[in-house]
Design a protein around this ligand. Structure first.
Ligand code: ADP
Ligand code: MG
Length: 703
């Protein structure tokens, strides 16, 4: 079972998929008033607005324009360019009804300025026709099309006749959905501003607002919708983005502060513990590993629960650091829970940790979904009587039924799919509060880390163990398959091992699975007939998966055909070849993780990224990033730029909050600023309330 399937239900966070319980108007927060109760919005319109993730009046207030139309810039008709959004100022010279080709009647107007003429067309003309008579002077704005002559369909109009112009010259252009026009949206926003803008409570400190040239929040919201010029509008958007990030960072701070107030468990092992552990290792720790171990030792000894993220690229050697922490904790008389995302990884950790810890007399055991009743009972009993020190397993380890009386440390591996609220749920109920060590191999850019891991301290392992072979990465087209397979056979002849990986598209899992299974049979019966080929798919039973990976690790199987990208932590140093089929279907960070399965030994390794027949030029260029660098951070940054944060961290339960205004890519500077502001600022009640209605789907116990 995939790890995230075990997590408690959580509402999807994407704007499209997000559902919300309808909110009823409550006196204490007018902004939470259901949008249905706004004038001009009924059930039909409110379900349209829901598609834009607008359910309340407050959310409509924060529906910021994507851009502005600046009608102060007038283009002479002669200079218009089809395809561009432009404004024309002219006089109507003729008007009248025509029939369109589909038989609908269209109201058409010819507008003239000193340089030429253009046609304006209106399908909903009833209200317009009377005002657009020869002689009327207007500013018309819209996209210029060329259809037997220049024209604009449904332009925005400003009537210039006689009276001075009071209409805004700068118009907001909103993200829309079917059934809602710019005009409707502008009206709705205008009425929501009139009625509710005064209910906004202040979020950002006044100095910050002032530094952007605003007096209060209401002014910012007005300016984002109806600015006097587009620059001012963008300025207001920035302030609102900053505010949103500030709100989120403040709550993370609060989580972090609350956590530090809980009574912790000072871990004080005999002084020679670490020395003994290191002495028994077959290698010396790298400097980065040493630094991390020192830091963790120091933190474990404190009375404050540790909340640390150990971030290191694939293969940087995080497991041994976890083992050191286990040794310290157990020698001090406490127990440790180690959680891995899958049964396969849990079993591997069990083998590795046991190998390092049992020589010190520290007892380890394994508990997964597949553990039998009698073994479960045995584990429970040995936890209870203290004879078991380290319990390794899947998420099952953290279930309430598993009582770990002396739990001093909880280690979670490859845990990037865990959001802040899951971390809190895990720890908030336990007193005294155990230390938490999270290991992640996703080297995400700093600003993203601040958002996703803002409640944790981060230790970076920025150095690889020495003596590793090089990884050669080649992007290959399908017609070079035979070359790739002969390279593969050459390595297999030398007794080395290989992975062949197939992607799984969520949309067609079954098809893909059939693909991989068929290829497996073809390879096994054909070109790789001489070698033992194994198949590993997510659909297999846990016991079968374990069997296959064990045989791969022991050398019984030399080629592992796999469909799953879940087994990111597999550590089989003899594997030197990886072939990724249809590589363009993976994200860069994902491919980097996959590639981390090879190059773990002293020998050189080869990673072949096979382009599918559908792979376009852009995708091929994207793949070439991998061939040019093995720096996980650089790859993640590129991925962030190309595909967005969800793909960098993993698509599903990635723990990225839903930001309505801020962009984690374009507003990176604001993230830093928000975090600075938040750290100097307590998070009082107004912030909490605002946080709840804006990030309501994040449920943090204890705040
Ligand atoms: P990851 O950080 O991806 O979890 P692992 O902990 O699985 O990496 O370590 C990768 C490999 O490197 C393992 O085979 C491990 O034994 C080896 N290793 C770890 N630290 C060192 C070191 N300091 N020197 C040599 N090899 C090491
Ligand atoms: Mg690992």
């Amino acid at each position: 079972m995939l790890f995230h399937e075990r997590l408690p239900e959580r509402k999807p966070m994407s704007p499209e998929g997000r559902t919300k319980i309808q909110r009823v108007s409550r006196r204490e927060n007018m902004l939470e008033t259901d949008i249905r109760y706004l004038k001009g919005v009924g059930p039909a319109r409110s379900s349209q607005l829901a598609k834009l993730d607008i359910h309340t009046v407050g959310e409509l207030l924060l529906h910021v324009p994507a851009q502005y139309r600046d009608r102060r810039i007038i283009t002479p008709i002669r200079n218009l360019i089809p395809g561009e959004e432009s404004n024309i100022s002219g006089t109507v010279v003729s008007s009248g009804l025509r029939k369109s080709r589909k038989g609908k009647s269209v109201f058409q107007v010819e507008l003239e300025d000193s340089s030429g003429r253009i046609k304006l067309s209106f399908f909903n003309w009833k209200y317009i026709a009377g005002r657009l008579q020869p002689g009327s002077e207007v500013i018309a704005s819209g996209k210029i099309v060329f259809f037997g002559g220049l024209s604009i369909v449904h332009p925005d109009l400003i009537f210039l006749n006689g009276k001075s112009v009071e209409l805004p010259l700068v118009l907001p252009v909103y993200p829309l959905t079917a059934g809602i026009t710019q005009g409707i949206m502008r009206k709705l926003v205008t009425s929501v501003i009139e009625k509710y803008v005064t209910h906004l409570s202040e979020i950002l400190p006044f100095e910050v607002l002032n530094s952007y040239g605003f007096q209060n929040r209401a002014e910012v919201v007005r300016a984002v919708h109806f600015p006097k010029d587009p620059l001012r509008g963008e300025q207001a958007r920035k302030v609102l983005a900053l505010e949103e990030l500030f709100l989120f960072q403040s709550i993370l701070n609060r989580v972090r502060m609350n956590a530090s107030l809980r009574p912790g468990i000072p871990i004080e092992p005999p002084p020679d513990t670490l020395g003994e552990f290191l002495e028994k290792l077959p290698y010396e720790l790298t400097n980065a590993q040493k630094k991390a171990v020192r830091r963790i030792t120091e933190e474990l000894s404190r009375n404050v629960p540790m909340r640390r993220l150990l971030q290191g690229d694939v293969g940087s050697g995080k497991t041994v650091i976890a083992a050191a922490a286990c040794a310290l904790c157990c020698r001090a008389g406490y127990q440790v829970a180690v959680v891995a995302p899958t049964e396969v990884l849990a079993a591997q950790h069990y083998r590795t940790l046991r190998g390092m810890l049992e020589p010190m007399g520290i007892k380890c055991d394994l508990l997964t979904g597949g553990t039998t009743g009698s073994q479960r009972k045995f584990v429970s009993e040995s936890l209870e009587d203290g004879s078991l020190d380290v319990l390794i397993g899947t998420h099952a380890v953290l279930e309430d039924t598993v009582v770990i009386p002396g739990l001093g440390l909880c280690i979670i591996d490859e845990q990037h799919k865990f959001g802040v609220e899951q971390r809190e749920k895990l720890l908030a109920g336990r007193r005294p509060c155990p230390h938490l060590l999270i290991m992640s191999a996703t080297p995400i850019p700093r600003t993203l880390a601040m958002t996703v891991y803002g409640d944790l301290d981060i230790t970076l392992i920025d150095e690889m163990p020495p003596g590793r072979g090089r990884i050669h990465t080649c992007v290959m087209s399908r017609d070079r398959r035979s070359e790739v397979y002969s390279a593969l056979v050459k390595r297999l002849e030398l007794g080395e091992k290989a992975y062949i990986v197939y992607p799984l598209r969520e949309a067609s899992v079954e098809l893909d699975l059939r693909d991989a299974t068929t290829s497996f049979q073809v390879l096994r019966d054909g070109p790789l007939g001489k070698y033992n080929v194994g198949l590993l798919t997510g659909a297999m039973k846990a016991s079968e998966k374990l069997g296959v990976t064990r045989r791969f690790a022991s050398g019984e199987i030399s080629v592992l055909v796999s469909t799953t990208v879940i087994e990111v932590g597999l550590d089989v140093p003899e594997a030197t070849v990886m072939i990724v089929v249809n590589a363009e279907r993976f994200g860069l960070s994902q491919l980097h993780q996959l590639r981390g399965r090879i190059g773990r030994g002293k020998k050189d390794s080869w990673c072949f990224l096979m382009k599918g027949s559908q792979c376009g030029i852009e995708s091929a260029q994207r793949l070439s990033v991998l061939a040019s660098t093995d720096n996980g951070f650089r790859i993640a940054e590129k991925d962030l730029e190309l595909r967005g944060p969800g793909d960098v961290i993993g698509t599903k339960q990635h723990g990225i909050p839903f930001f309505r205004i801020a962009s984690l890519i374009n507003d990176a500077d604001l993230i830093e600023k928000a975090s600075e502001l938040a750290s100097g600022n307590g998070s009082g009640k107004p912030l909490l309330q605002e946080y709840r209605w804006r990030f309501g789907n994040l449920d943090l116990p204890g705040i």
